[in-house]
Design a protein around this ligand. Structure first.
Ligand code: ZN
Length: 184
């Protein structure tokens, strides 16, 4: 289903050095056609894929832009919530509390493998929207995890690096088969 005006681009996978670079900030006073085209492509590529978020490096562009969006029924996490499709330019966050939780994550740049990652449960998110307006909001749970994962991409970090637990990796098939989600 084609929803946005952008192109579906090939997702870069681990091993591609574009995923390990620090991405550059977007000049908020110059949200031009090039930036809006990147956002359209990110939206189109995300809507075509299986993930809940995408960062510009995943389509080969080292700029600080992410798009998130998840339909509740498609989310495989505990306590999912509906997240409207949202583009975030120069996103950043800080934790509101020290509380963390551990859940399996996946990534469109990492075929098959899921890994248990510790993330802050509540964060204050700051970003600029496509109109260049600054947005600050507190978010939690799955949405907060998703933002932390996508922002990591902008710093050249793939979630695999953050899996610290012994036996912290699985395939999605085995998570279902052995009901691993309950054992976290
Ligand atoms: Zn990812």
């Amino acid at each position: 289903m084609k929803v946005f005006m952008g192109k579906v681009l090939k997702i870069r996978e681990v091993g591609d050095s574009v995923l390990n670079k620090i991405s550059e900030e977007v000049d908020i006073n110059k949200i031009n056609a090039e930036i809006l085209d990147i956002i359209s492509d990110l939206k189109e590529t995300l809507s075509y894929g299986t993930g809940y978020g995408i960062a510009a490096p995943q389509i080969g562009i080292n700029k600080r832009i992410i798009v998130v969006g998840a339909k509740k029924e498609n989310v495989k996490y505990n306590n999912p919530e509906e997240i409207p499709v949202t583009a975030m330019i120069n996103p950043s966050w800080k934790n509101i509390s020290d509380e963390t939780d551990f859940q399996y994550e996946g990534c469109m740049s990492v075929p098959v493998i899921r890994g248990i990652v510790e993330r802050y449960k509540e964060i204050e998110l700051t970003y600029y929207n496509e109109q260049g307006e600054k947005i600050i909001k507190n978010i939690n749970g799955f949405f907060a995890r998703l933002v932390q994962h996508e922002c990591d991409h902008l710093d050249g970090i793939v979630f695999l690096e953050k899996v610290k637990q012994k036996n912290g990796f699985s395939t999605l098939e085995n998570i279902k088969k052995y009901n691993l989600r309950e054992n976290i």
